[in-house]
Design a protein around this ligand. Structure first.
Ligand code: ADP
Ligand code: MG
Length: 815
């Protein structure tokens, strides 16, 4: 056996023994000091000698290290050994079997990260299945299976100083342990003591422990101390026999994992510990060291080890810092790469901008554009002129006038001989857009008979361009012959503008020459749909519209592939919706108010409380409320019900009836469509208002007061803490969606934001989208790197490239 082989074996053994310096008699240092020279001689790769010398094995100081320092040291040395092995592999290959066999164990380890977790000692197939439920399949997944929190058992005390009611740890000797009847159940009772005193310890329901606890064994106990009949007693503490291993259940910051049924904390800790010790050091640290230094980040193996078993609270924080930086950084890089791919993959279509067409359109509008609309229009026109595809996110409050701008852009596409498409998340919204666009264009041109009669879902407008302009509505509920005929016309290029739902991105839909795609209410569509629509064209320009205000930095992260335009001004004379936060006992008055509004020809929404995590319960509650209101409160009015459990077509039908004025009051869960226009609706009443985010409440109230009449929003909280009331009071004073969004973030955290619902984006397990400073940092670093090496072609960026495709694999878009 060469010096190198024996070194590796010794180190492996030491690792298995839990870094207790028991692998070789006399200690590791003695062995190393003696062997270093010989090991050095057996290295026949001169370029690796420097690295070896830096390890300084001849003067190692392993014995004096803490366990964690030992681990780091070990990872370092094993890492170097691995490098050596890689370098000599090509030379070894022809040499014959023996050497190959010698290289095998570590080769197996190298594949280890992506091996199934069953290679970890003790993880059976049944445990494996349970882990699958938690999305943990490979060793790497397990390394990235982070604790939710830690229990702090790091404060150790002698037995006599244990205090009632506090979480503490003590170490003692087991004087006696036996099965005992505790109350009505059998459990284990033990007496544990140290030089300062003794304490009784009981475990309920665990009689089998008695056998594990040999008399005179040393034990660590962590938990709370209670008092029973005047004596202190440890009740069901975490325990761990003090052997030569590192403590993992007691005496430290102990990780608490989010578990599923059938997985037990002690087991899981054993497994994560084993995995961290055995595999964390194999993780390729994909972050360029320049970035790590600049941002003062831990290296990856340390971060992973420390997030599971932190030395102390600050280290847990730094581990989190590094790992959440990774998430945001990879998110940014992916998003930047995608933007680049879209823009540079194929040349886009440069439109020529016919100022006269625009002027004519604007002249015929019954209003003038706001300054914000003007500005955004110019931004869009500048993009459309470029020979690369536009990717723009248009943010603007409900009613800020996004649709006019979109219509104008679609018109320009048509004037250039291209087709345009507008995609909305629901049929009702698609119909609404269709009507609006037709209205705008009929004001501009005069509607005249077309070569083909315009009927149903196709309309034609002449005199506006030098040829007839055809607009069509494509939704799922068309008959199949209607659809087929429309598909044909779209393919032949007989339709200029198509408004539709998801039906637009079905594969049967082929465009003749798609030049511009507009997507409304972005958060309902994931990244994947966006690219599906994009693929319908020859790299068409894309305009995404959303009414949900998102702070700028967050928008840049989530939609980093898009440029940002904001309409931050409402058309003049728009009334603000009068908002009032009521007491639960004012409900009757609110009903009377609603009734009076309906008598005056208005309509109203009643939103039922949000039930977190259960649409089914929420639907039930809404149904009950609907029945109660119909029977007891408004027997003379026509009520409708809308909730998330209804089939799509039923939802659409209810919305249509409400919009058409056949219903007076719509009782709904939070599904009530964002963006829906019901001109006569004047009251928005929200039950359980404290459960909604301010942004969401703002969206709700944007549904009313859409014409000249005053709109009202009545918020009825269920339980009102002073803070909740204070928060709701903001709704009375603040009418700007962006300010409310930022307040929301401050007060409630990111849950309100739809980041998590974005399909196609990598998971964010640790990173908080509200942490704007981290977002900025990750974005800046990603842009710097992207500028230097956009394709990640450089050798030193290969690990990063791999990690990137791993992170984005769920979106299945990264190539
Ligand atoms: P959004 O899509 O942003 O919610 P819309 O484009 O539907 O808003 O516009 C809301 C209403 O305001 C429409 O009736 C529209 O005609 C009108 N509108 C749009 N821009 C202006 C403006 N500059 N001045 C007055 N009214 C406007
Ligand atoms: Mg809209």
């Amino acid at each position: 056996m060469t010096g190198i082989d024996s070194l590796r074996n010794v180190l492996e053994l030491e690792r298995q023994k839990g870094y207790t310096d028991k692998a070789v008699i006399g200690g590791l240092d003695k062995y190393l000091h003696k062997q270093a020279g010989q090991i050095r001689q057996s290295i026949n790769k001169p370029q690796l000698l420097k690295g070896f010398d830096e390890l300084n094995l001849a003067r190692s100081n392993y014995g004096s290290y803490s366990v964690d320092e030992r681990k780091r040291w070990m990872a370092n040395v094993l890492g170097w050994l691995e490098k050596l092995e890689k370098a000599t592999k090509s030379r070894q290959q022809p040499v014959g079997r023996r050497q190959k066999a010698a290289a095998k164990p570590s080769q197996k380890r190298r594949e280890g990260l992506d091996s199934p977790i069953t290679i970890i000692k003790g993880i059976s197939t049944s445990a494996d299945k349970k882990f699958t439920k938690l999305n943990v399949r490979t060793v790497r997944d397990l390394l990235y299976f982070f604790p939710r929190r830690y229990v702090d058992y790091s404060r150790r005390k002698p037995v006599s100083e244990l205090i009632e009611g506090e979480e503490q740890t003590t170490i003692g000797t087991i004087w006696q342990a036996k099965v005992a009847t505790l109350g009505t159940r059998r459990g284990t009772e033990a007496i544990v003591g140290d030089e300062t005193g003794n304490i009784r310890v009981v475990w309920f329901n665990q009689p089998y422990l008695a056998k594990t606890f040999r008399t005179n064994a040393r034990i660590v106990l962590s938990g709370t101390v209670g008092v029973f009949k005047g004596h202190k007693v440890f009740e069901s503490p975490e325990w761990e026999l003090l052997e030569d291993k590192e403590l993992i259940h007691t005496g430290r910051l102990v990780p608490v994992y989010p578990l599923t049924q059938g997985l037990y904390p002690r087991q899981v800790r054993k497994w994560t510990k084993e995995t961290v010790d055995g595999y964390a050091w194999q993780l390729d640290d994909f972050l360029p060291s320049e970035i790590k230094t600049r941002c003062q980040l831990l290296d990856l193996p340390t971060a992973i080890a420390q997030i599971h078993y932190p030395d102390a609270q600050p280290m847990a924080g730094r581990a989190r810092g590094r790992l959440s930086f990774d998430e945001l950084f990879l998110l940014q890089l992916g998003v930047l790469a995608r933007k680049r791919d879209w823009q540079e993959g194929q040349p886009g279509n440069a439109f020529s901008i016919d100022r006269e067409v625009i002027a004519r359109f604007l002249q015929c509008l019954p209003f003038t554009l706001t300054r914000a609309q003007e500005r955004v229009l110019q931004e869009i026109l500048t993009d459309l002129k470029q020979p690369k595809a536009m990717s723009r996110l248009l943010q603007g409050e409900v009613g800020s006038g996004k649709t006019v701008i979109a219509t104008l852009a679609l018109l320009i596409a048509a004037a250039n001989g291209y087709q345009g498409a507008l995609m909305a998340p629901t049929e009702v919204l698609a119909e609404q857009h269709y009507t609006n666009i037709c209205n705008y264009l009929s004001q501009v041109g005069t509607q005249e008979p077309c070569p083909e009669p315009s009927e149903g879902t196709i309309r034609c407008y002449t005199t506006f361009l030098s040829r007839p302009l055809t607009i069509a509505l494509l939704i799922g509920s068309l008959s199949s012959s209607e659809k087929e005929s429309l598909h044909g016309k779209i393919k032949q290029g007989e339709v200029d503008i198509v408004v539709g739902t998801h039906a637009l991105i079905q594969k049967e839909v082929e465009f003749n020459k798609l030049g511009l795609a507009v997507i409304d209410e972005q958060h309902r569509f994931g990244v994947l749909q966006r690219s599906a629509l994009r693929q319908k064209g020859f790299n068409p320009h894309v305009l995404v519209m959303t009414a949900t205000p998102i702070p700028r930095t967050m928008a840049l992260t989530l939609y980093g592939d898009l440029d940002l335009s904001v309409i931050d001004e409402l058309p003049p004379g728009r009334q603000v919706v009068k908002t009032k936060c009521l007491e639960p006992q004012d409900r009757e008055k609110a009903y009377t108010f609603l009734h009076r509004q309906v008598s005056n020809g208005r309509q109203a929404f009643i939103i039922c409380p949000l039930i977190e995590e259960s649409e089914i319960l929420e639907a039930k509650a809404a149904t009950t409320e609907y029945e109660r209101l119909s029977r007891e409160v408004f027997p003379d009015l026509k009520l409708g019900l809308l909730h998330g459990q209804m089939p799509g077509p039923d939802k659409e039908e209810v919305m249509r009836h409400f919009r058409g004025g056949e219903l007076d009051i719509l009782v709904s869960t939070s599904v009530v469509e964002v963006g829906i226009d019901v001109p006569r609706a004047s009251v928005m009443m929200v039950e359980g208002a404290e459960r909604f985010g301010l942004s969401q409440l703002h969206q709700f109230r944007g549904r009313v007061g859409r014409d000249k009449e005053q709109g009202y929003c009545l918020l009825i909280p269920e339980r009102v803490s002073p803070e909740a009331r204070e928060r709701l009071r903001l709704m009375e004073r603040v009418h700007n969606g962006f300010s409310l969004a930022e307040k929301d973030l401050e007060l409630r955290g990111p849950g309100e934001f739809f980041g998590t619902q974005q399909s196609g984006l990598p998971d964010l397990k640790l990173a908080k989208l509200t942490d704007l400073r981290s977002l900025e940092l990750a974005r800046r670093e990603a842009m710097t790197l992207f500028q230097k090496d956009p394709d990640l072609k450089k050798v030193e960026h290969q690990p990063l490239r791999q990690q990137l495709s791993r992170a984005w694999s769920k979106g299945a878009e990264w190539s």
